[in-house]
Write a new protein. Structure first.
Ligand code: BES
Ligand code: ZN
Ligand code: MN
Length: 523
C-alpha cells in the first residue's frame, strides 16, 4: 500500500510526479485547474474540450507539463455534473485515475475538494485510489507484458485551508484500513479454490485475528459434528477438504452489551454437488465464499478502527463437491438447534451452511444478525451486478443497512420477505426443504434462512451479483470486488456512534435532574 500524506499547497507547486485534477461536466475546471493552467500557460479546460471530452465521470486526459511544473504530468479526470458530485462519484473517479497513476511513483490530487464534506470526500478519494490500485498478480510469472508495473509509493491529498485537520487525518486512516481489508477479502476470493480451502480460510482468519487482537476459535470437522452443525457437515462431506467454522469476537463495548452478529457464506467451491452445475455455471464458483470474505474483512477493519460496540462473527465454510460420500438429493440434514431440512437440490447449499451459523448466532442473543451470501442466481437476475438484494424481518435494520450501503457506494435494494411463499418450501419429510419452485428464488432462499433466526432482528444480503465481476469496475479489476465489507463496517460504525450519542444524552439527563426525583430511561 502506498504511503498517504495530507499537505496544504497550491497544485502548481505540488512535488509529485503526477498531479490529478478534477473536471466537472461541461467541461468546467474543478479545484486547482485554474492555478495549474496559469503555471502551464495553457487553458487546461480548453485542452480537455479539444479532445472531445465533456467531464463525464470516468473520462480522463494526460497532459505533459514540459518542465513548467514540478509534476511531470497532469491527469485531468471527469467527475460528472458539479451538482451531483458526491463521495461515491469521487471514489469512482479516483479509482479510474489509479489505473493511469500506476506508471508514477508519487501522486498528488485536489479531487476531494471537488465535493461535499471534507472527511467523506477525502475518505472516498483515498479509497478510490487504494482500491483502484489493487491487482491480483500472485499467480503471474515475472516476465511478459502482464508483469506487475511499478507501484505508486506516495499519495498526497492537497488540502483546503477550510478543512478540519483532525477529521481529515481520521478519514485517511479509515480509508487505509478499509482498503487494506477489502484488498485482503479480494485476495481470498480471487485465490483459486484448489488453494483456498475451508482450512485455508480458517488459517487466514486466525492470522488476521492474531495481528489485530480479535479473539478467534476455529471449529474443526469433529467440533462441528459434536455441535450439531449438520448443514456445514452435509455440504462439505463430498470433499476431501473438511469444513470449518470461524468464530471471531470483537469486544469494544461493555461486557453486558449484546453484540452485532455477522455471518457469511463460505462455500470455497460450488460445483453444485451431485446436482452438478454445467461448465459455464462453475467457472466463477471459487468466488462462492465472497460473503464470508467480506465479513472477515469487516471484522478486520472493525478490530483496527475500534468502535465502542461488540461484534461477533461465525462464518461457516465447506466445499461443495460430488463424490461417493456427497449428500444426495432426498437426504435430510439436522441443523444446529434441531431443525431439519430436506435437500432436494444439492446446489442450493449456501442456505444449508448458513442455517447452522444463523441458529448458532441467535443462541447468543445478539442485537441484530447480518448475513452476506452469494446465494441465488435469481437475485442476480432481479437486480444485476451493481446492487445486492436485502431481505429481513426488521424494518429498522433493513433501513440502516440500506443507508450504510448508499453512504459507501455499495447500494442494496429490498426484496420482500413474502411470508405467503413459505409454503413453497414446505417439506413432506422434514421441517423445510431447500428449494422452492422456479419463481421468486431469492425470496424462498431468504425464507429458508428466516427459519433459523427465531425472533432475532436479522437481515440477509444476497450478494451473488456484486461479490465478483466478470469485468473490471471503476475501482476493481475483473474478479472479486470485496463488497459488501465497507457497507457492513459503515453500519457497525454508525451504530456505535448512535450508541455513543444516546449514552451522552442519558448522562446529561441524569445530571440535570436532582437525585431524589431521578428520571430513568431518558431517551
Ligand atoms: N452459488 C450459487 C448462486 C450463484 C449463482 C452465485 C450464480 C453467483 C452466480 C448457489 O449456491 C446456487 O447454486 N443457487 C442455485 C439455487 C437453486 C438450485 C435453487 C441457483 O441460484 O440457481
Ligand atoms: Zn453456492
Ligand atoms: Mn449452489
Amino acid at each position: 500500500m502506498p504511503k498517504m500524506h495530507i499537505a496544504p499547497g497550491a497544485p502548481p507547486e505540488a512535488a509529485a510526479d503526477l498531479l490529478v485534477l478534477p473536471i466537472y461536466q461541461g467541461p468546467q475546471g474543478g479545484p486547482g485547474v485554474k492555478e495549474a493552467s496559469g503555471a502551464l500557460e495553457a487553458d487546461l479546460v480548453a485542452v480537455f474540450a479539444e479532445n472531445g471530452l465533456k467531464g463525464k465521470l470516468g473520462e480522463s486526459l494526460s497532459v505533459p507539463t514540459m518542465g513548467k511544473l514540478p509534476a511531470r504530468t497532469i491527469l485531468l479526470v471527469g467527475v460528472g455534473p458539479k451538482g451531483e458530485a458526491s463521495a461515491s462519484t469521487l471514489r469512482r473517479a479516483a479509482g479510474r485515475a489509479a489505473g493511469v497513476a500506476s506508471r508514477f511513483s508519487s501522486v498528488a490530487t485536489t479531487l476531494p475538494q471537488a465535493a461535499g464534506r471534507a472527511d467523506e470526500s477525502v475518505q472516498a478519494t483515498v479509497e478510490g485510489f487504494l482500491l483502484g490500485s489493487y491487482r491480483i498478480d500472485r499467480y503471474k510469472g515475472d516476465n511478459g507484458d502482464d508483469a506487475p508495473v511499478q507501484a505508486v509509493e506516495n499519495i498526497t491529498v492537497l488540502s483546503s485551508p477550510r478543512w478540519d485537520g483532525a477529521a481529515v487525518r481520521q478519514a485517511v486512516r479509515r480509508a487505509e484500513v478499509l482498503s487494506e481489508s477489502v484488498a485482503w477479502a479480494r485476495d481470498l476470493v480471487n485465490t483459486p479454490a484448489g488453494d483456498a480451502t475451508p482450512d485455508f480460510l480458517a488459517r487466514e482468519a486466525q492470522r488476521m485475528a492474531e495481528e489485530t487482537g480479535l479473539e478467534v476459535t476455529i471449529w474443526s470437522e469433529q467440533d462441528l459434528k459434536d455441535g450439531g452443525f449438520g448443514g456445514v457437515i452435509g455440504v462439505g462431506q463430498g470433499s476431501e477438504n473438511p469444513p470449518r467454522l470461524i468464530e471471531l469476537t470483537y469486544s469494544g463495548g461493555r461486557a453486558s452489551d449484546p453484540p452485532i452478529a455477522l455471518t457469511g457464506k463460505g462455500v470455497t467451491f460450488d460445483s453444485g454437488g451431485l446436482s452438478i452445475k454445467d461448465a459455464k455455471g462453475m467457472e466463477w464458483m471459487k468466488a462462492d465464499m465472497g460473503g464470508a470474505a467480506a465479513m472477515l474483512a469487516a471484522m478486520r477493519a472493525i478490530a483496527l478502527l475500534k468502535p465502542r460496540i461488540n461484534v461477533i462473527a461465525a462464518i461457516p465454510s465447506s466445499e461443495n463437491l460430488p463424490s461417493g460420500s456427497a449428500i444426495r438429493p432426498g437426504d435430510v440434514l439436522s441443523h444446529r438447534g434441531g431443525k431439519t431440512s430436506e435437500v432436494l437440490n444439492t446446489d442450493a447449499e449456501g442456505r444449508l451452511i448458513l442455517a447452522d451459523s444463523l441458529a448458532y448466532l441467535s443462541e447468543k442473543n445478539p442485537r441484530v444478525i447480518i448475513d452476506a451470501a452469494t446465494l441465488t442466481g435469481a437475485c442476480m437476475i432481479a437486480l444485476g451486478e451493481d446492487i445486492w438484494g436485502v431481505m429481513g424481518n426488521d424494518r429498522t435494520l433493513i433501513r440502516d443497512i440500506l443507508a450504510a450501503g448508499d453512504a459507501v457506494g455499495e447500494p442494496g435494494w429490498e426484496l420482500p420477505l413474502w411470508r405467503r411463499y413459505r409454503e413453497k418450501i414446505d417439506s413432506s419429510v422434514a421441517d423445510v426443504k431447500n428449494i422452492g419452485d422456479r419463481w421468486g428464488g431469492a425470496i424462498t432462499a431468504a425464507l429458508f434462512l428466516a427459519e433459523f433466526v427465531g425472533d432475532t432482528p436479522w437481515v440477509h444480503l444476497d450478494v451473488a451479483g456484486t461479490a465478483y465481476w466478470e469485468k473490471a469496475g471503476d475501482y476493481w479489476p475483473k474478479g472479486a470486488t470485496g463488497s459488501p465489507a465497507r457497507a457492513v463496517v459503515r453500519y457497525v460504525l454508525d451504530q456505535a456512534e448512535k450508541d455513543g450519542r444516546s449514552r451522552a444524552r442519558s448522562r446529561a439527563a441524569s445530571r440535570s435532574v436532582p437525585k431524589s426525583g431521578a428520571r430513568t430511561g431518558a431517551k
